[in-house]
Write a protein that binds this ligand. Structure first.
Ligand SMILES: [Fe+2]
Length: 284
């Protein structure tokens, strides 16, 4: 197995590890450790299938259901398409409402930060990628927290933040009434600690709406400041996808966003699963 860094703040590329083979407990522990320590882990050239991806996801914890389908219909689905592909012949174009609602993924966010138990790991596998566009960008809120002054770290240490899916997503597309009703704003810790290595990070992104107990203007000043500090150009690492890439990211401390692509011209077929966090951030 070969490991090489992706960015000075975070991330490794791992070659020589087959994610689709049955994994023993040492290999599973290694995957958790890579996520704890490096936050983004890229495994190129994986011969992935939906079945193998679900097995891999279950081996790392409890799979998290797709909240869009669950919110709208109550149906439990644990793997979903990120992209516009429906099947081998058909895809959604730019005018499709689903394409529009997927554009919310182009805002910096942490997956499911608006859920009572937010996501631990997202696992995304690339099957078909656009010739142009369709990259995914990442930044570390752990590195960003480290860059704050000691005074600032202390000032934000005990704050709580409301995360609200409807607040963030209605900026790009309407949210179905059933779905909106299923996702009331959720209170999260602003500063989180990794339970295994003790490293701290702040936890904001597009779903972060307001600071609990603060007014709107003060809330937005702080949240906007923290988001801007984390996402500066020089702190980003961009994944330009190649079919066969499987990427893990740690939603506890990473922000990511899509960069967009022309859905009228290109097909994009990525499959995503997520591992649920261990509990609400307020009890961490
Ligand atoms: Fe996402």
């Amino acid at each position: 197995m070969e490991i090489e860094p992706l960015h000075e703040d975070f991330g490794v590329r791992v070659r020589g590890f087959d994610l689709t083979a049955p994994l023993d407990s040492e290999e599973i522990a290694l995957l958790h450790r890579l996520v704890d320590d490096y936050s983004v882990v890229l495994f190129p050239a994986q011969r992935m299938t939906d079945e193998a991806q679900m097995l891999l996801t279950s081996s790392l914890g409890e799979p998290e259901e797709n909240h869009v389908i669950y919110g709208r219909t109550g149906e439990l689905v644990y793997i979903g398409t990120v992209g516009n592909v429906i099947d081998g012949q058909t895809q959604r174009d730019e005018s499709d409402p689903h394409t529009q609602s997927m554009k919310g993924n182009n805002l910096w966010h942490s997956d499911s930060s608006f859920r009572a138990v937010p996501s631990y790991i997202s696992i995304l596998h690339a099957y078909e990628v656009p010739k142009r566009g369709g990259a995914t960008e990442f930044v570390s809120q752990r590195a960003a927290y480290k860059r704050l002054s000691g005074t600032k770290q202390t000032a934000i240490q005990d704050l709580h933040v409301l995360h609200d899916y409807v607040f963030s997503r209605t900026k790009t597309a309407p949210v179905h009434d059933n779905h909106a009703a299923s996702l009331p704003p959720i209170e999260q810790k602003l500063v989180r600690s990794n339970p295994n290595n003790g490293l701290q990070n702040y936890y904001v992104g597009a779903h972060a709406r307001s600071i609990v107990g603060w007014g709107g203007i003060e809330s937005r000043l702080l949240i906007d400041e923290l988001n801007a500090l984390a996402t500066r150009q020089e702190y980003r690492w961009t994944q330009f996808w190649t079919p066969g890439d499987t990427l893990f990211w740690d939603n506890r401390c990473i922000l990511h966003r899509g960069t967009g692509y022309d859905a009228d011209r290109y097909r994009r077929n990525m499959r995503q699963t997520r591992v649920r966090g261990l509990g609400p951030t307020l009890s961490e």
